[in-house]
Design a binder for this molecule. Structure first.
Ligand SMILES: Cc1cc2nc3c(=O)[nH]c(=O)nc-3n(C[C@H](O)[C@H](O)[C@H](O)COP(=O)(O)OP(=O)(O)OC[C@H]3O[C@@H](n4cnc5c(N)ncnc54)[C@H](O)[C@@H]3O)c2cc1C
Length: 314
């Protein structure tokens, strides 16, 4: 079958039919997920726009955009839609005073490093968080009491018809691990971040401290595939109270000893599910997560909701 894409414009992994398409396990940090018809690799906003324009012109506007795939669990059956991977290992941005305007494909950790090196403060907390800047904005990623929304100024998006818009901070609908972009209708191309000048040496030192702490608590996802914390922390019922860590509740139900098939809970963090053996399936992870949810519901009467986005048939 002729390749329906103009591969000269962007990098096309393969094409239809779906049952011979690429495995999405290659594009998720869980290293799980069945096939899809095609994966289009884009690293710049221009490539992304070209790819979306092409898909739209060929009535293929039912596609999914991923970054590094570090916050998703894709089903073993795969997907019947084309996937665009908008991700770049390095950071691409322009400086505008204390602001930067970055390609949303940029690896957030590399962006955090570059900003610290340039003496721009605000993004140190994101040191070591996997994924793209876009993925971080979609899920309002956070760590150490800070969230990406605290330095977002505006988000440039396009829709599936290629129409561009700038969304200002107050329109982004940010809350704990949430933003308006989670409905998948707007594709994030670039983000303006508002940072503050500070001493580069201090920022790089803080970055090293954070990276050390993360190394002690989190699995190295290249060796132990996972998608970070599986469940969201629990919102307080009264104003002024703090969020309750899901990991603490999971610890108390003995989650660290739980496993299903090749999926197991990480021994140092009760809220992280890892792919323990190569035979592990997305179904194993899903079943294990259900067992964890049920045990917490039974013991504490609290319903945990996944932070990891489940995509496909479960
Ligand atoms: C070891 C480990 C540690 C982690 N630690 C943290 C942490 O400390 N804090 C934290 O918040 N998260 C953490 N995570 C989760 C994850 O890294 C973040 O949520 C990250 O921001 C996701 O980015 P991504 O590019 O991988 O998004 P993906 O997983 O690729 O996508 C997530 C969602 O965003 C959508 N999306 C992606 N790109 C776009 C785009 N351009 N436009 C519109 N929608 C898009 C996708 O469709 C999907 O719905 C961790 C994960 C791992 C594996």
């Amino acid at each position: 079958m002729a390749n329906p894409f103009d591969a000269a414009q962007f990098s096309l992994e393969t094409n239809i039919p779906a049952d011979q398409g690429p495995f999405l396990s290659r594009y998720t940090t869980f290293q799980l997920g069945g096939r899809c018809p095609a994966v289009i690799l884009c690293s710049s906003a221009q490539e992304l726009k070209t790819a979306i324009g092409y898909l739209g012109a060929h009535q293929m506007d039912h596609f999914l955009v991923l970054g590094e795939g570090s916050n998703v669990l894709i089903s073993d059956d795969g997907l019947d839609q084309v996937v665009i991977r908008y991700f770049s290992d390095t950071a691409h941005y322009e400086r505008d005073g204390e602001d930067i305007v970055a390609e949303a494909s940029s690896r957030i950790d590399h962006l955090a490093f570059s900003c610290a090196k340039e003496g721009l403060a605000g993004l140190e907390f994101a040191s070591g968080i996997p994924g793209s800047l876009a993925g971080a904005v979609v899920g309002n990623a956070g760590a150490f009491g800070q969230e990406i929304c605290s330095c977002v100024d505006a988000v440039e998006v396009i829709d599936c018809l290629g129409r561009a818009r700038t969304i200002r901070l107050e329109e982004c609908g940010f809350s704990y691990r949430h933003s308006r972009f989670q409905d998948g209708k707007e594709i994030i191309t670039r983000v303006r971040l508002r940072l503050k000048e500070d001493h580069s040496q201090d920022l790089l030192k803080e970055r090293q401290r954070i990276l050390r702490e993360r190394r002690e608590k989190h699995p190295n996802y290249h060796r132990l595939p996972c998608a970070g914390s599986f469940f969201k922390n629990i919102e307080p019922s009264l104003a002024g109270q703090r969020r309750q860590a899901a990991g603490l509740l999971l610890d108390q139900i003995g989650a660290k000893q739980m496993s299903v098939g090749g999926a197991a809970v990480f021994e140092k963090h009760a809220n992280m599910i890892v792919k323990r053996s190569p035979g592990c399936t997305a179904r194993d992870v899903h079943l294990l997560s259900r067992q964890m949810q049920e045990a917490v519901q039974q013991k504490f009467g609290i319903s945990l909701s996944p932070e990891v986005r489940l995509i496909g048939r479960f």
